[in-house]
Design a protein around this ligand. Structure first.
Ligand code: NAD
Length: 228
């Protein structure tokens, strides 16, 4: 059997961090050799790892990219809510190390992305798209990274108006729900995804971590990992 991939987990004490630790415990292909959370030094932990997975806060990205560049390590970034400058930092780092940057690591949501692209091409002009996303009350960013990705996909289709409304609802302990509505004259099409467990994101991130090692430097999406 091939030796397991050595992973640094950033944001290890958070909801996603704990989910990934649980999954990794039962995965012989993954060994979490280093864990960082708020206040921990990322550089030495990066050095001892083959790849880093980040589910923390957008504010961590500068230190993560600096350490990845210093030690030439690939990254899997699941954190959302980055500013334009923080995103350009990630894009710049991806010129030197391979990075999978995905607002959503679930197979279902990445299928929703593909279906939304397809539906927008078919329904453009006569149908007005709209996005509704619901998450737990403690989610820090709004709209969600997934809603922003859906909006980017919709804005690439030929359209009659430019504004794609996004409704963000924060309530209870909802893991994540996204609906794209295409409203046309006399009919409405809705594409919906509902996550009931954080494991779907964790499994996707671990799959991306194994996939990204040895890839040429570039900014990859989860669609690249899944071959969609
Ligand atoms: P959380 O608040 O439960 O956990 C975040 C953790 O990161 C906390 O333990 C916090 O102390 C730590 N942290 C904050 N700043 C840090 C820093 N500078 N360095 C290191 N650690 C730091 O949040 P969560 O629900 O686990 O989500 C984490 C991130 O992942 C969010 O941005 C969320 O939107 C995103 N997310 C992405 C996906 C996806 O599929 N891409 C899925 C779920 C969540």
């Amino acid at each position: 059997m091939k030796s397991p991939v050595h992973v640094l987990l950033v944001g290890a004490a958070g909801r996603m961090g704990k989910t990934i630790l649980d999954l990794a415990r039962n995965d012989p292909k993954i060994d979490i050799v280093a864990q960082c959370d708020l206040g921990d030094a990322i550089d030495p932990a990066m050095k001892q790892s083959d790849v880093a997975i980040d589910f923390s806060h957008s504010g961590a990205v500068e230190e993560i990219c600096r350490a990845a560049l210093q030690h030439r390590r690939p990254l899997v970034i699941g954190t959302t809510g980055h500013s334009a400058e923080q995103r350009s930092l990630i894009e710049k780092a991806a010129k030197a190390v391979p990075i999978v940057f995905a607002s959503n690591f679930s197979v279902g949501v990445n299928t929703l992305f593909a279906l939304t692209r397809n539906a927008a091409e078919i329904l453009s002009r006569e149908f007005r798209p709209e996005i509704i996303e619901t998450h737990h009350r403690t989610k820090k960013d709004a709209p969600s990274g997934t809603a922003k990705t859906l909006s980017e996909i919709l804005s690439k289709a030929p359209r009659t108006d430019d504004q794609i409304p996004i409704q963000s609802i924060r309530e209870g302990d909802v893991v994540g729900e996204h609906t794209v509505i295409f409203a046309g004259p006399g009919e409405r099409l809705e594409l919906s995804h509902k996550a009931s467990s954080r494991e779907i994101f964790g499994r996707g991130a671990l799959r991306a971590a194994r996939w990204v090692i040895g890839k040429p430097p570039r900014l990859y999406s989860m669609q690249d990992v899944l071959g969609l």
